[in-house]
Design a protein around this ligand. Structure first.
Ligand code: CTP
Length: 412
């Protein structure tokens, strides 16, 4: 079972008392939990209660310089692998649906790429109210957010009907319920981020890749039950819990780290890294001085990691990425064939709103004889969808006449 970094948001409602038990259960299951309370929540439960149970300071304010000097709200948003808001009041959902960021919890929800789960708790009439329904529709349409509950039954106010928060045990069980374990028992190797090609001891050639897509895919493969090895170029992202991260700097480092990992047994290889196509032919041993008016560097081709792995005698199921600015389908299909891939994920990087360095992406996936366009979504949500597709195609290839067989079953 994967241990996650969970940010628990507690909003104002009597069900907040159940959240204390929820923290205890999540901690007992091995998760790291940090609690953010809204002003309303503090009227029901003391922050000290959550601090004692989570073992972490509880955050209540966006404008607290002392707390922000520790883990600021953006770091908190990046730290979270799951944002769980329980209880989620009608007021909180209204603010979230309208994109407001007027307190710490709504700000974190706007800034995070992690999935957000809401466990609503409110009076049954408030739950049925047309404005609440409209807010729910908005939240649903925007993606990233799912709803757990509410339950129906007796309410604290004396009414009976839907609106009760799920019991803490039900929420904790759902956090740990294996998503669909479509990759159970498999080994997945993912490359991510940029590479750096040294010019001299202080300078290098690199690119703007953030590594977000690769890190999201590694976490999604972990959630699907795989053992995941993430070969990462230099990025500023936290390692996903339960994923083995191996650092690489240059393309050649990344190739040897990848070959080692694949050699030890690998069922699926996903290459999301933006590997530098060229490196400087001869790296200067000492810092270069600006003695000349012009400087020419000779660049030589780097090895192609993806093509190398796909070209092995018994390759894993191999997935490439293609960033294109034009003729996306034509170039993607060309790479699929030329590099002998099982699948290629193409994104149009000419779009200013998605792709490189963005939190969202729009991709079309191609495989021999088929394709599927995925709607624009967060990289986290797309990663889960891609893992499902990879598992389905891998299963298809295993059951159809195998084009190639993976090597892990022999070696492991
Ligand atoms: N890739 C790799 N090693 C390289 C270059 C690319 O593993 N040295 C992988 C990337 O991780 C990605 C895919 O190959 O999965 C994208 O390759 P790209 O650089 O777009 O393809 P090229 O064939 O180099 O084509 P282009 O001419 O568009 O650069």
């Amino acid at each position: 079972m994967a241990q996650k970094r969970i940010l628990l948001g507690v909003t104002g409602g009597i069900a907040a008392y159940k959240s204390a038990e929820l923290v205890r259960l999540l901690k007992k299951a091995g998760h790291s939990v940090q609690v953010v309370m809204t002003g309303g929540a503090e009227a029901f439960v003391m922050p000290l209660t959550f601090q004692a149970l989570s073992g972490e300071p509880v955050r209540t304010s966006l404008l607290d310089p002392e707390a922000e000097a520790g883990m600021g709200h953006i770091e908190l948003a990046k730290w979270a692998e799951l944002v769980l808001v329980a209880p989620a009041s009608a007021n909180f959902m209204a603010r979230l649906a309208n994109g407001m960021a007027d307190d710490l919890l709504t700000t974190v929800c706007c800034a995070t790429e992690a999935p957000i789960v809401l466990a609503p708790a409110m009076n049954q009439a408030m739950w049925a109210n047309a404005r609440t329904r409209r807010n729910l529709r908005l939240l649903e349409e925007d993606g990233q957010i799912s709803l757990w509950g509410p339950d129906a039954g007796d309410q604290a106010c004396g009414d009976t009907g839907p609106g009760r928060m799920l019991e803490a045990r039900a929420i904790a069980d759902r956090v740990d319920a294996p998503a669909r374990q479509v990759l159970a028992g498999q080994v997945v190797v993912v490359t991510a981020g940029p590479t750096r090609e040294a010019i001299d001891p202080v300078r290098y050639i690199s690119n703007h890749s953030s590594g977000k897509m690769g890190y999201a895919l590694a976490a999604a493969a972990r959630d699907a039950g795989a053992r995941v090895i993430l070969i990462s170029g230099p990025v500023s992202l936290p390692a996903p819990a339960g994923v083995e991260v191996r650092s690489a700097t240059s393309a050649r480092d990344m190739l040897s780290a990848t070959e080692n990992a694949v050699e030890d047994g690998c069922d699926i290889f996903v290459a999301t890294a933006a590997v530098a196509d060229y490196r400087v032919e001869s790296e200067a041993g000492q810092k270069m001085k600006k003695t000349r008016e012009e400087l020419s560097l000779t660049l030589v081709r780097n090895p192609d990691i993806l093509a190398t792995i796909a070209g092995r005698p018994r390759p894993p199921f191999t997935v490439g990425f293609a960033a294109e600015t034009n003729d996306v389908e034509k170039y993607a299909l060309d790479k699929l064939e030329r590099k002998n891939l099982d699948m290629i994920v193409a994104n149009d990087v000419s779009r200013p709103d998605t792709g490189f360095n963005s939190d969202r992406n729009t991709v079309t996936v191609f495989w021999p004889g088929g394709s599927e366009a995925l709607a624009t979504d967060t990289k986290t949500a797309l990663a889960a969808r891609l893992i499902d597709l990879i598992a389905a195609r891998q299963h298809h290839d295993d059951t159809a006449t195998p084009r190639k067989k993976t090597n892990s079953r022999i070696k492991r």
